[in-house]
Design a protein around this ligand. Structure first.
Ligand SMILES: Cc1cc2nc3c(=O)[nH]c(=O)nc-3n(C[C@H](O)[C@H](O)[C@H](O)COP(=O)(O)O)c2cc1C
Length: 219
């Protein structure tokens, strides 16, 4: 169990955090995180924005040796699955919008909005999301899931932990092996732990090549 980094002791500058986050693929197997530590990271990650604040993300934390071994072939034998302290399966809940009552109700209770406004927001949200075509709803859930995933990786780094996002897995097998119903869409896997070896440096496209002010260039 790691004692060097306590969850809650965020001290690094944000600029360091974003520069130092790297995809780490080799982990110190002796480092484990407690449920409390993982929940603290997820709580900060979940401050991420989401469409209508519906927060459709759900987290399945896989942390036992047995379950990580079960996940390994599903994630094409990527060794970080078993080496990392935990693998977070980021899921999108296609019925997440049904919690709009709870979400806006809490906002009203805390005085962030009048109760009748909260009630009409909730009603509108539930009716609007409930009538969206499936592809549109799924797209929204993927965008929200990506935002929370990125925030989780930065939060983890801020607390001295490392991550790697993984799209390399068989979603159908994952759902079957871990009893994930069709209500949920797997967004990505995120291995979480402490690096045994730093992630390798990567490059980015020059910002001038990918930024356009006011109009797009002619093709
Ligand atoms: C959606 C997504 C899926 C990814 N899937 C994998 C994966 O399955 N296995 C892996 O080792 N890295 C995976 N990566 C990590 C990328 O390779 C990595 O982010 C990229 O090379 C940039 O490196 P950096 O994260 O260290 O900056 C994935 C990243 C994203 C955003």
């Amino acid at each position: 169990m790691s004692t060097s980094t306590q969850t809650g002791a965020t001290s690094q500058l944000f600029a360091d955090v974003i520069r130092e986050r790297r995809s780490v693929r080799q982990y110190d197997k002796s480092v484990r995180l407690s449920h409390e530590q993982i929940k603290e990271l997820l709580k900060e990650a979940a401050i991420a924005p989401s469409s209508s604040n519906v927060q459709p993300w759900r987290f399945l934390v896989i942390e036992t040796e047995e379950l990580k071994a079960k996940l390994l072939p599903i994630a094409y034998n990527q060794s970080q699955v078993t080496e990392a302290a935990a693998v977070i399966v980021v899921l999108g809940d296609t019925e997440g919008y049904k919690k709009a009552d709870e979400i806006y109700g809490e906002a009203a209770k805390r005085g962030f909005m009048p109760e009748d406004t909260a009630k009409s927001f909730a009603e509108r949200t539930i009716s609007m999301y409930g009538s969206l075509p499936k592809e549109v709803l799924h797209k929204i859930i993927h965008i929200d899931g990506g935002l929370v995933s990125q925030q989780l990786m930065l939060v983890a780094r801020a607390h001295g932990y490392d991550t790697v996002p993984m799209g390399g897995y068989d979603a159908a097998k994952l759902k079957e092996a871990f009893n994930i119903s069709d209500q949920y869409i797997p967004i990505m896997l995120i291995a979480l732990g402490k690096a045994a070896k730093p992630g390798h440096p990567t490059t980015r496209l020059p910002i001038d090549d990918i930024t356009f002010f006011n109009e797009m260039p002619a093709n």
